[in-house]
Design a protein around this ligand. Structure first.
Ligand code: ADE
Ligand code: ZN
Length: 321
């Protein structure tokens, strides 16, 4: 199996049901509404977010978050990943009673442990949550810029895409960009191609989370290819959340064929019964990719990673070596 690299995973959404149940026992919470038979239960994006928020609330102290990052990254490395960039959410930490600084340091500790055990390199992308509003998204950007953690290298926005307009959030991204952070934004997942266009016009990201609904407009697909914007595609998530009815309708091959720079990602792996490894397998099974195609996907991810050039060169050497 080719070495893998990941650009799009939400750390709170990476907590396996067993780990969430362990946390629930620690804090005396009842998981029966959100976990059944060892799996998360949800029906649509709204109930998915409810299960996600419930689980996130069970990570409350430094060791909880260190363990979450360590657990997730170690498993990923054991599956064959050499690099992971994951989204953090200071708002979720605050809601669980932890300061964003303590939360970020704790995740950093988990990253350090995983790297020591497996060699996996990782970075954090601080995100604002779109449906928490402009103020909170700008606060997250200011935190990303001021936290000073060496493993925070990017800024992004997740959450309910049907809430507000990209233009409303432009200032938050300006704050992050001016400080030198890498920029990515969720767009074109729950909302159509116009959302991707607006993200490109107002946010000016080097990467887009999902972006798959750009397929609805051929001129936009051409723009993405021409501008070299990298798409963080999450095929299994898209099928599970019914963005597309089946893999035969998924636009990954068409976007790739049109010259768009595409990567493979797992988004919130246990919620969608997936993993980065499974996404690469799905690409083989449903999109006709071979080992060289998959290596190209990893190469694209490393080229677009929010890391210093020395780290990038080291990772690229691992891929080629
Ligand atoms: N937060 C966690 N997963 C998400 C997704 N797939 N889209 C938007 N926000 C999210
Ligand atoms: Zn996502």
């Amino acid at each position: 199996m080719v070495a893998m690299a990941e650009l799009h995973c939400h750390i709170e959404g990476a907590a396996a049901p067993e780990l969430v149940e362990r946390q629930a026992r620690k804090y005396g919470a009842d998981t029966s509404r959100f976990i059944r038979d060892g799996a998360f239960v949800w029906e649509d994006f709204t109930t998915f977010l409810a299960a996600y928020d419930f689980s996130a609330d069970l990570f409350r102290d430094e060791e909880d978050y260190a363990l979450l990052a360590e657990h997730y990254l170690t498993g990923l490395a054991n599956d064959g990943a050499i690099y992971s960039e994951f989204f953090t959410s200071p708002d979720h930490a605050r809601r669980a009673g932890l300061s964003p600084e303590t939360y970020t340091n704790a995740l950093g500790e988990g990253m350090r442990r995983a790297k020591q055990a497996t060699g996996i390199e990782s970075r954090m992308i601080v995100t604002g949550v779109r449906h928490f509003g402009v103020e909170s998204v700008e606060d997250a950007a200011r935190f990303a810029v001021n936290c000073g953690h060496p493993l925070v290298t990017g800024y992004g926005m997740a959450g309910e895409e049907r809430f507000g307009q990209h233009a409303d959030y432009a200032r938050a991204f300006d704050i992050a960009r001016e400080a030198g952070l890498g920029i990515t934004v969720h767009a074109g997942e729950l909302v159509g191609w116009e959302s991707v266009r607006d993200a490109l016009d107002h946010i000016r990201p080097s990467r887009i989370g999902h972006g798959v609904r750009a397929i609805e407009n051929p001129e936009l697909v051409k723009r993405i290819a021409d501008e070299g914007v990298v798409l963080e595609v999450c095929p299994v998530s898209n099928i599970e959340l019914k963005v597309f009815p089946d893999y035969a309708s998924h636009p990954f091959p068409e976007l790739r064929g049109a010259g768009c720079r595409v990567t493979l990602n797992a988004d919130d792996p246990p919620y969608f019964h997936t993993s980065l490894k499974k996404e690469y397998e799905v690409a083989v099974e449903h999109f006709g990719m071979d080992a060289e195609d998959l290596a190209e996907v990893t190469r694209t991810a490393l080229a677009a990673a929010f890391v210093d050039e020395e780290t990038r060169a080291r990772l690229e050497a691992r891929l080629d070596g």
